[in-house]
Design a binder for this molecule. Structure first.
Ligand code: 2M8
Length: 457
């Protein structure tokens, strides 16, 4: 292993989180993301669970106080004083929905439900179990309402898998996974707007989503507004509807954590319902996301990949992205053979198994595909949260050496290139936002939770 002082790294990570605390919540990164983001907050709380329980709780409390009446946790809670991010609260105009909070500015969409997972980490790592028990008691019904929203409004099929209406709901914004679905959408009227991320990031031209993509993102929000954010109506005719792997994988794991929380609270009323959610996901995960049987039929056996499922085109989205590997985190893959194939594939020159790569951390798309761009956001660079899921999944399945190599790769990136939003897989150059919170938070977890005391079942 290269020589990295983990104590120094830990101290720098702590400072990064401290620096992003604005008195009410922790922002992802100054200037670029000055508001509160939902799944960022959950990752941040995981990091803080080891070093500052009170802070971890405060962050989740702030977010869950903005919960919508139908249970949705919005993907952004806005700070009205901040003017450096577009689209802001006025653009979302959530007053169109009877479910939206009246006095808090939020976005009108959601993000992956990491929060039951972080709530459990908070209690497990807390030195003050009375305080963390009270917190669990407070958040548990809210988590149930959020998961129920996802399992009903976002899953009328009762598949146990979540439908997203916007790429931003996936968390993997401009991933090539969404290209075909977005290409089908023709912009009818787009208001003029000014992108602010182009000002906030150095080298923005090559590292953030293209204007074409961004216009589609904004247009989809305009469409959501036309539907008054009514999921029932959107389900009938919205042009972007995808069963999302990363989202659904996280929800499956989060449901298991809800059971753990219910056990701590000795709360029996919701257990059956949660178990039904878990069962539904187990029944449908492969059918929706794993077209291997089809591939076998047509003789393509070299990959064992999971793919997102497009409900509009009724087809798999066969773009090779890091999403395909996140199901490792669920522990849902029963056949060792499928996992072996997947791991072998990750270790080829397509992903990280070649001298041309800076570390063994995994890029966000297959580097042999024409859509791979080493510096552009979710289209190629290394992201720490996506690698963290795979690191945990690999450990779970016993691929300890490879998991540890990924962890070391992450430590190297962070120690030598800063706590950045994402990294160039060839040079290690840090890109996007600086002093990025979830990078720091998950590094804290990977230093402190080395023994994997917190496992996923
Ligand atoms: C990115 O997404 C926001 C929109 O939500 C953006 O591009 O402005 C994504 O990486 C997302 O996963 C993340 O939560 C957010 C804040 O870090 O930034």
């Amino acid at each position: 292993m290269i020589n990295i002082n983990l104590n120094d790294l830990l101290e720098d990570a702590k400072k990064t989180l401290e620096g992003n605390w604005n008195g009410k919540f922790t922002i992802p990164s100054a200037t670029l993301y000055p508001h509160q983001w939902s799944w960022d907050t959950a990752f941040i709380s995981i990091g803080n669970s080891y070093i500052n329980t009170e802070r971890a709780i405060k962050d989740l409390e702030f977010l869950f106080n903005a919960q919508w009446k139908n249970g949705m946790i919005p993907h952004i809670v806005f700070n009205d004083k901040e003017k450096t991010y577009f689209p802001a609260a006025d653009f979302y105009d959530i007053s169109r929905s009877p479910n939206a909070p009246k006095t808090i500015g939020t976005s009108g969409m959601t993000q992956p439900p990491m929060h039951a997972i972080s709530s459990y980490y908070i209690h497990k790592n807390s030195q003050n179990k009375k305080e963390s028990f009270e917190f669990l008691n407070w958040i548990f019904p809210k988590l149930i309402n959020f998961h129920r929203y996802l399992m009903t409004q976002r899953d009328p099929e009762k598949s146990g898998l979540v439908t997203i209406f916007h790429p931003w709901e996936s968390g993997l914004d401009d991933s090539p996974t969404w290209d075909d679905a977005l290409a089908r959408i023709k912009i009818q009227h787009l208001i003029t707007f000014k992108r602010l991320d182009v000002i906030a990031v150095e080298g923005a031209k090559d590292t953030i989503p293209t204007d074409d993509m961004y216009n589609k993102f904004i247009y989809l929000i305009e469409l959501m507004k036309q539907y008054n954010y009514d999921e029932n109506e959107m389900y009938k005719s919205f042009p972007f509807k995808i069963k999302a792997i990363v989202f659904s994988s996280i929800l499956y794991v989060a449901n298991k954590y809800l059971i753990k929380i219910a056990n701590i609270l000795e709360e029996k009323n919701n257990i059956n319902e949660i178990n039904q959610w878990i069962y539904r996901t187990e029944q449908h995960f492969f059918k929706y996301f794993f077209p291997l049987d089809n591939q076998r039929r047509i003789g393509q056996t070299e990959e064992a990949l999971f793919y997102n499922y497009d409900l509009v085109s009724k087809n798999w989205v066969t773009k090779k992205t890091i999403s395909s590997f996140i199901p490792l985190y669920t522990g849902l893959i029963p056949k060792k053979d499928d996992i072996d194939k997947m791991v072998k594939w990750i270790q080829t020159a397509h992903w990280c198994g070649d001298d041309k790569f800076h570390t063994l951390a995994i890029p966000s798309t297959d580097t042999a595909e024409q859509y791979f761009k080493e510096k552009r956001y979710w289209r190629g660079p290394i992201w720490i949260n996506a690698n963290w899921f795979i690191y945990l999944g690999l450990k779970k399945y016993g691929y300890i050496e490879f998991a540890n190599q990924i962890r070391e790769g992450i430590f190297e990136l962070v120690a030598n290139h800063g706590f950045r939003e994402y990294y160039d897989p060839f040079t290690g150059e840090g890109l996007g936002g600086k002093s990025f919170s979830w990078t720091a938070a998950l590094v804290i977890d990977m230093i402190k939770n080395k023994k994997m005391e917190i496992d996923i079942d």
